[in-house]
Structure formats: C-alpha cells, structure tokens
Write a protein that binds this ligand. Structure first.
Ligand code: GDP
Length: 457
C-alpha cells in the first residue's frame, strides 16, 4: 500500500459491486474484495464442497434470515493471488437485478460497502498488482470500440509501455546516484561526473522520451479517432459522399445549393481507427445568415480536423470558388476528391494540388481508392502498438514534462550550473516518469483516473 493515500481513500474495508451491466441477463456477477470476504462467504454461502482459492464451487446464497435467495457459483481468490491483491470473491448468480441487489444488500449488511467506480482496479494499483498505465489500459480495454483499440489496451495491460519506459528510468536513477555521490563524497576521492558526459547521457534519454512521446500521435488517433472534414462548394456532392461513407441517408441531399447547414457528424471505423466525419456546409461567401453560421462552423471544423477531404465536381471546370477553397486548405492535411466522375472528368486541379482521387458518390466507384488515400495520410508506415505506445493525454503530458525537465538539466550542465541545482531538474524528470507509471500517486491522479471507470471494475 502506498504511503499517505489510505487517509483519504479507505482501503482497509470490504467493497462489493455488481460487475455485470444493469438489466436481466443469463448470469450476473458480484465481486467482493477485502478482509471480510471469507467471513461473508461463511455466513451466507452453503456449499457442497469447501471454498478453495481459484476453484469454482456451486452453492446457495442465503439472506440475513437464512432464507435461500439464489443458486450461485462462487470463486474465491485468496490474497495476494487476486485481481485486487486482497481476498476476493466472485459470485455468478442468475442475472436478475432484483436478486443481485438482494445479495449485495446482505453483503453490505455484513459490513461491506458499495464500491466506487474503478475501486477494484484502484486497489490493484495500491497493492502493487499493476501500475497506473496498466490500470488505464484496463479502462481502455473495457471501453474499446474497435478491435485495434482492444489489442493495444491488452498489450498495455501486459505492461509493454511500462517496460519500454524502464531503461530510461533506470538510467536517470543511475545518473542521479553518480551526481549525488560526487557531491556527498567529493572530499573522499569520489570523482565528480564530467558535465559533458552527463549532458550526453541525459540528451540520449531525452531523445528516447521524445520518441516515446511521438507514439501518442498514433495512440491518440487509435483511441480518439480521426476528425475528417468534408469541404467543397455547394452541390459538388459532399453530402452524397458522406452518405456513401456512413452507409446511411444521414445528410440531406438536395439539388438546391447550400442546404447542408449544420455540421453533421458520424463515426465509422477504418482499420480499427474510428473516423469521425463532419459533413460541412459549402465553403463559400453567403448573404444568408443561417448559411453564414454554417460556413463559420466549417472554418472551425477545418481548424480542428485531422484530415480534410476537399471535394471538387469532376464534371465542371475548376472555378474561382474551388480555387479559394483549395487555397484555404493548403496548409492542412488533405485529400482532393474528384466527385461525379460518372459524368466525365473535365476538371483539372493542377499540379500544385495533391493528387486527386476520382470517385462517384452515386455509383460508388473509387471509394476503395479514397479509403486507401485516407489510410495513407493518417496511418503512416511503421506505426504499431506492439512495442508500447502512449494512449492518453495524461501519459503524453507526463512524458512532455519529463522531456522539458531533462532539457533544463542539459542546459544547466552546459552552463556549468552547480550539480546541486542540476539534480533538481533530473529529479523532476524522474518524478514525472514515476507519476506516469504510478510509483508516485496522489489522490488527485487517482480521482481523475478511476472516477471514469465503470462500477464493479
Ligand atoms: P453538397 O451540396 O456538396 O452536399 O452536394 P449533394 O451531395 O447534396 O449533391 C448535390 C447533387 O449532386 C445531388 O443531386 C446529387 O444527387 C448529385 N451528386 C452527388 N454526387 C454525385 C455523383 O457522384 N454523380 C452524379 N452524377 N451526381 C452526384
């Protein structure tokens, strides 16, 4: 148990929660963790065979008056060989919410309390069963919306990212020890580490951390998805293209220019990465106040989009409005789409415009090529999560702070600042990595992370 935390977050009591979703189901699982587990089991469970750790036993659960409530399968996990590190009991009862509540009621009657969201996992962290990155991965796994997210979260639960960070942490500890020794025992013939040598070592660690931080670009895309904005003049087929993608008549398609006034959005998955489409109002000057709002939103969307699909009408020549749009998106990451190719291609975007993908929203031709073009733009080569990647903003923030601290340390060393001062920056760098993995825990961090968990996890 980590020092100083138990005061605010009680961990010496017994917690209980229904771990399966609300509603009727085949079975419902109740989880209990804490020192009262065996006493509670002894009081309410009537089993044909005695409870043995990690063995399922069939029996009847009785209420406080000794009346049988349900037949259950009970599995005891003795401390420390459990998820939380404490004695844990998992009860698989029939999935009737009334019965499950009744069982929970009897457990609370015997001295347990209802667990807060994520409290089982928090106890696992506090008891050293997993680090904070692994705990975050548990949440990521439960909430994964694509298999690619689940795969990454599972690797993270196994500790890939924590292992990737370990060498840098160890090197920092080693540097700190040498610098400390140089200060403490300077008179006892302990050599003072050379500034240049330490600066080179710190720079190497910093570079490694920058490399790790760069994995967040992919981690963020993987977990938060990509925001795609579809822009173009009215009537070029943006709504039709959007519908093709999401496979439903989501946007209103009309032949009157300027009818897509709201920024609609919808999600689909591309290789396990969620794509959030925004079907935006036609980018053009308009006197209509409602449309102006739409256009303003489009420009906002553009600034927030990870990728822009700029749609041109292949069947008519490029005009000033198209050019205006192309100039506005020049600084963004974009794919040019020549729509309405079924009507013939007479539009020539020119060599200054990124290679155009020829499609037809009506016939569906070219859609696979368009998906490939999006894939190439957003999932650059060599990005995979098997070596451990950052997946949350918190993780990226801690690594950034560690990098900054080490940068300061290197600058200080180069300026000949006394080692006592340089140490502070290096300690700060190490502290940030320790906060990242959870060797240093605060109530604030625990609160932020575990409050977003579901009950019973
Ligand atoms: P938006 O204003 O850019 O959203 O354009 P819409 O999607 O509302 O389409 C405007 C008109 O063009 C509609 O009549 C569509 O049926 C038509 N349209 C859209 N895409 C294509 C296409 O690929 N080929 C043809 N022939 N017509 C299209």
């Amino acid at each position: 148990m980590q020092e100083g935390l138990h005061k605010l977050i009680p961990t010496d009591d017994t917690i209980v929660a229904i771990s399966t979703p609300p509603g009727r189901s085949g079975i419902g699982v109740i989880r209990i963790s804490g020192c009262l587990v065996e006493r509670i089991a002894g009081r309410f469970l009537r089993l044909s065979t005695p409870l043995t750790s990690k063995r399922a036993s069939l029996g009847k659960w009785h209420d406080e008056e000794g009346t049988p409530i349900d037949e259950v399968v009970a599995t005891l996990f003795k401390s420390p060989g459990s998820y939380t590190g404490e004695d844990t009991l998992e009860l698989s009862a029939h999935g009737n919410p009334l019965i499950l509540q009744r069982i929970v009621h009897s457990i609370c009657f015997a001295g347990a309390r209802i667990a807060a969201p994520g409290e089982f996992t928090m106890r696992a962290v506090l008891n050293g069963k997993m680090d904070l990155i692994q705990a975050e991965a548990v949440r990521g796994f439960v909430e994964a919306q694509t298999l690619a997210q689940a795969r990454t979260a599972m690797l993270q639960m196994g500790g890939t990212l924590s292992r990737r960070l370990a060498p840098e942490k160890n090197q920092l500890i080693d540097i700190l020890a040498r610098l400390e020794a140089g200060i403490d025992f300077a008179e006892d013939d302990v050599s003072v580490p050379d500034n240049h040598v330490v600066a080179v070592e710190l720079t190497r660690i910093q570079e490694k951390l920058v490399e790790i931080r760069a994995t967040y670009t992919f981690g963020k895309i993987l977990f938060q998805g990509i925001r795609l904005a579809i822009v173009g003049k009215p009537n070029v087929g943006k709504s039709s293209l959007f519908n093709r993608f999401v496979g439903a008549e989501r946007a209103i398609v009309t032949e009157i220019p300027g009818t897509t006034r709201d920024v609609l959005s919808e999600s689909i998955s591309l290789d396990g990465i969620p794509l959030r489409f925004s079907d935006t109002a036609g980018v053009r000057q308009s006197a209509d106040p409602i449309e102006c709002i739409g256009i303003q939103k489009t420009m906002e969307e553009l600034s927030e989009a990870d990728l822009v699909l700029v749609v041109l009408d292949a069947s008519s020549p490029l005009d000033a409005a198209d050019r205006e749009i192309l100039s506005r998106i020049a600084a963004t990451t974009y794919v040019t789409v020549l729509n309405k190719c079924d009507l013939g291609v007479i539009c020539e975007p020119g060599s200054d415009v990124a290679a155009a993908i020829k499609v037809s929203a009506v016939t569906g031709s070219g859609m696979e090529e368009l998906r490939n073009a999006i894939r190439e733009k957003v999932i650059s080569n060599g990005q995979d999560s098997s070596s451990g990647i950052l997946t949350t903003a918190r993780q990226a923030e801690n690594v950034t702070r560690a990098v900054d601290a080490l940068k300061n340390a290197v600058a200080a060393l180069n300026q000949g600042v006394p080692h006592e001062m340089v140490l502070l920056d290096i300690y700060e760098g190490l502290e940030q990595l320790n906060v990242l993995t959870g060797e240093v825990l605060t109530d604030d961090i625990l609160g932020r992370i575990f409050s977003t968990f579901c009950i019973g996890k």
